[in-house]
Design a protein around this ligand. Structure first.
Ligand code: ATP
Length: 872
């Protein structure tokens, strides 16, 4: 039916008119039909770029070995092999391989989690098909489609601009130029540079202001950007500050460990005359035992699990470091409409100034972009702004048909709504008469009206706003079209006020609970809205915000000095009639006061504030692509409660990472200190180097890994936010680590010496020492599950099934280690009797008392705030 030339890519579209493009691409201003679009999709393929080359599994596996801790281990394996100590070589090699495999599997899981998240952020496009606006997946855009360009939207294909109203586009993705370029639709010289093509808009660029339409001329790889993948809201896969700190710690530890090992070996030879080879093997065992080689894998899985849990809770993490920052947020600055409120709007009251209610209904029908239609099951299908949809539903109750009305009288000119000027204007030809209709915030519209008592209408508006109602003033004017011009330089004046419309949008139940949870967690919630101050303050009170007062308006903020502004930013909770520029100033002021700020936003103008905030939070449903790209977190459900849930999850993730570190450090230290102590004292080694390697191998990744699955500790949302630049090891924990490590070393050495003094054979005493050390670690794992709270309760024992699973696995492995003949041969172990096992349990169990006693002492010293029901 149509014959689109295959050589469309070579046409210099910018040097042709839009009409030419329409003709050439065999399309129409009201869009393709669905059949045509489906045919073209078959012909041209999906609007996606070829997937970027994936790292092969071999490369991913190899990357697991690229780690300083692993290098040291590989070095040790080579040296032991050279010396012919094959058992040691094999065990070290096993440690390295198991560790790499776990890292490899976990990384694969983390990557598929990130992929799933990427697909949750799949871009959409607004097109006109069959004469109707439709939102489709950006991958289904085809040449000939009419793309609708709106502020904040990312353009999904190359288009020849057909209409443009105040349109400007940020082409930095393509040209690097960050100042938006004005787009008029004008035809330019075929030689014009990319940035000078006023008639074109390119895939991957963002609409900065205005609105327009464009004819799609190229999709997928045929676009200028070529690489359409970059259009996909990217989820960056970077490391986090915590991981960087851990890496640094790992390097420092390796140096210290190597130094201590060397000194120990030399001391053994010099002080006690041990053989050099024996001491060398001890040094290798010591180094391997001390190195926390499992830590990187554990960090990755803890973060990946957390990101998955967050996604299940509708919070999509775009930048991994945000996971950590979430846990230290002290202030949340949230939008009101749709985030704290339900965004289920209903017109509740109108006040007529001039004309009839019918006339007002007509005006709001014409001056809206939303559409409302009836689904098969009689429910309403709303697309576009919910407030406009409420107006259309209201118009229908007056017997009007908004869709038919708009089709009969299409918009001739218009000024789109913007949260800076806060109104929208639209010009229509109605039976030969040009009617200009305006709707917007009363403060923006009433002063543009004539022949009314402005004060009286402002008073009426305030009275409605105090009841938490959202307000719109509606006005009109009959103009003579010939000399009429309308844009932001020629704004509508001399209007006739038709009346006020008051709309109810109640707070979300779950937001009220989440606000309370945040307050208990030491996080202040501030509402930042474009709405009326009285409306905002009333909603703020219903939500339970602190000090709502009467709300601070943007105009009042403008009048403040910098110092007063900063004080106000800290103290007030409701900011009304603010523009996106105020949001940026507020973030900066709060940060200057030392706060860690989460800021929500949806519009293109919110991007600077979102970028500046410690955690920018974009709305997944109502938000623009520009806001999403500036943010760290995207809320799939636009719901405030999700932010509170994400903060809670962020705290849990951080806690779990800290718990793994706090588990690994003293256990690894104890494993190696036993050898150091024995060598310095001049004792027979209570545990041989191969045995210590075994302990390290079976405990390193099993026990600590279980902590990655740890659920939230009671009171996570009952304590103050963690200081963002605080130490890696929380205050007061250092002493616990030392106590625990010493208990393990002393207990293990003591049981070995006692057994020897009772006449036990060396192999038997050593086997007992190894089992005692492993039991120490198992008991300590139960205690390490809670940072602050006691582990002596049901959830402390059973709360994480991976912990008992890891415990059982280890004990089975120890039974094999003790009794299986091949193991006895390899590791020089000896069967133990019941008496020995009881002894091992009796000696190791007290580590729980030591760790729990330390917690108890700390809880007494630093009392923590009590929390009630903290689930946000
Ligand atoms: P929030 O920032 O919390 O989402 P908001 O949605 O109330 O708040 P804006 O969208 O900036 O903030 O709206 C500010 C005011 O502009 C509203 O109170 C309303 O009076 C007016 N307004 C909002 N949307 C439109 C629209 N589509 N057309 C005309 N006026 C509007």
């Amino acid at each position: 039916m149509f014959a689109v030339e295959k050589d469309t890519d070579r046409v210099q579209w910018h040097a042709h008119s839009a009409e030419k493009a329409i003709e050439h691409l065999d399309t129409r201003h009201d869009g393709l039909t669905h059949d045509e679009a489906a045919d073209r999709l078959k012909q041209y393929g999906r609007n996606v770029a070829a997937a970027p080359a994936q790292r092969g599994w071999l490369a991913r596996l190899a990357a697991q070995f690229h780690n300083i801790l692993i290098y040291v281990l590989i070095g040790a394996a080579l040296v032991t092999a050279a010396l012919g100590h094959w058992i040691d070589t094999a065990v070290i090699a096993l440690v390295v391989i198991i560790n790499a495999l776990i890292g490899f599997i976990q990384e694969g899981k983390a990557e598929s989690a990130m992929d799933a998240i990427r697909s949750m952020l799949a871009p959409e496009a607004m097109v006109r098909r069959n004469g109707q606006r439709e939102t489709i997946s950006a991958t289904e855009v085809v040449p000939g489609d009419i793309l609708i360009l709106e502020p904040g939207g990312r353009i999904s294909a190359d288009v020849r601009i057909a209409t443009a109203r105040g349109l400007s586009i940020d082409e930095s993705a393509l040209t690097g130029e960050s100042v938006p370029v004005e787009k008029t639709g004008a035809q330019v010289d075929s030689e014009a540079a990319l940035g000078d093509r006023h008639g074109m808009a390119y895939a991957g660029t963002l609409v900065a202001t205005g609105e327009g339409t464009g004819i799609v001329v190229a999709t997928a790889d045929r676009t200028e950007l070529g690489q359409v993948t970059e259009m996909l809201a990217s989820v960056e896969n970077v490391t986090t500050p915590l991981l960087r700190r851990l890496n640094r710690l790992g390097k420092q530890l390796s140096v210290i460990i190597l130094a201590v090992s060397a000194i120990t070996a030399v001391a053994g030879v010099v002080l006690h005359g041990f053989s050099a080879v024996e001491m060398f093997m001890a040094a290798v065992g010591l180094a391997v035992a001390a190195i926390p080689e499992g830590l990187p894998a554990i960090m990755t899985i803890t973060l990946a699990l957390g990101v998955q849990r967050l996604a299940r809770r509708n919070a999509i993490i775009r930048r991994l470091p945000a996971v950590e920052t979430l846990g230290s947020i002290t202030v949340i600055c949230s939008d009101k409409t749709g985030t704290l409120t339900r965004n289920e709007m209903t017109v509740q009251e109108v006040a007529i100034a001039n004309g009839s209610e019918q006339r007002l209904g007509e005006a709001v029908s014409l001056c809206s972009d939303a559409t409302v239609s009836v689904n098969k099951d009689d429910s309403l299908k709303i697309s576009g702004d919910p407030m406009e949809a409420a107006l259309l539903v209201y118009a229908q109750t007056l017997g009007l048909e908004p869709n038919a009305l708009r089709q009969a009288h299409p918009r001739l000119e218009g000024i789109p709504f913007d949260s800076t000027h806060r109104y929208m204007a639209s010009l229509h030809d109605i039976n030969g008469e040009h009617r200009l209709v305006v709707k917007g915030a009363p403060e923006a519209v009433v002063p543009r009206c004539q022949g009314i008592d402005e004060d009286e209408w402002h008073r009426k508006a305030e009275a409605m706003a105090e009841r938490g109602l959202r307000l719109l003033a509606v006005a009109e004017r009959i103009v003579s079209h010939d000399d009429f011009k309308m844009d932001l330089d020629h704004q509508p004046e001399d209007l006739t006020l038709l009346g006020l419309v008051a709309i109810i949008d109640p707070p979300r139940e779950e937001a009220i609970k989440a606000v309370a949870a945040c307050r208990r967690a030491g996080i202040r919630v501030k509402m930042i809205t474009g709405d009326h101050a009285h409306t905002a303050a009333a909603i703020g009170q219903q939500l339970g915000l602190e000090d709502t007062g009467r709300g601070v308006t943007g105009a009042e903020l403008d009048a403040l000095s910098d110092a007063d502004f900063s004080a106000k930013a800290g103290q007030a909770s409701v900011f009304a009639r603010v523009s996106p520029a105020h949001k940026l100033r507020l973030v900066k002021a709060l940060q200057a006061n030392g706060e860690i700020v989460a800021m929500t936003g949806d519009g293109v103008n919110d991007a600077p504030a979102l970028k500046r905030a410690d955690v920018g939070v974009a709305m997944g449903q109502q938000g623009t692509d520009a806001a999403r790209e500036a943010s760290e977190v995207v809320l799939a459900d636009d719901n405030f409660a999700t932010i509170a849930a994400a903060i809670r999850e962020g705290r849990v993730i951080y806690d779990n990472i800290v718990k793994s570190i706090l588990f690994m450090l003293p256990t690894n230290a104890a494993q190696s200190l036993i050898l150091v102590a024995a060598v310095f004292i001049g004792l027979t080694l209570p545990i041989t180097p191969p045995q210590i390697l075994w302990v390290n191998m079976i405990t390193a990744v099993t026990l600590a890994l279980a902590l990655a699955f740890e659920p939230a500790e009671e009171g996570v949302m009952g304590r103050a936010p963690r200081a963002a630049d605080g130490p890696l090891i929380p205050k007061g924990m250092g002493s616990r680590l030392i106590l625990v490590a010493c208990t393990m070393v002393i207990g293990t050495m003591a049981i070995f010496l006692w057994e020897r003094s009772q006449g036990a054979e060396l192999a038997e005493a050593r086997t007992l020492a190894v089992n005692t050390l492993v039991l120490f670690e198992v008991w300590y794992l139960f205690s390490a599950r809670r940072l602050h709270q006691s582990s002596f309760n049901l959830s402390g024992v059973l709360g994480n099934r991976y912990v008992p699973m890891a415990g059982v696995f280890i004990i089975l492995a120890q039974i094999a280690f003790t009794y299986a003949p091949p193991m006895q041969f390899l590791f020089d172990t000896h069967s133990l009797g019941v008496r020995e096992w009881i002894l091992a349990i009796l000696v190791s169990l007290p580590v729980i008392a030591v760790a729990e006693g330390h917690k108890w002492w700390q809880r007494k010293r630093l009392p923590m705030p009590k929390s009630g029901n903290e689930q946000p």
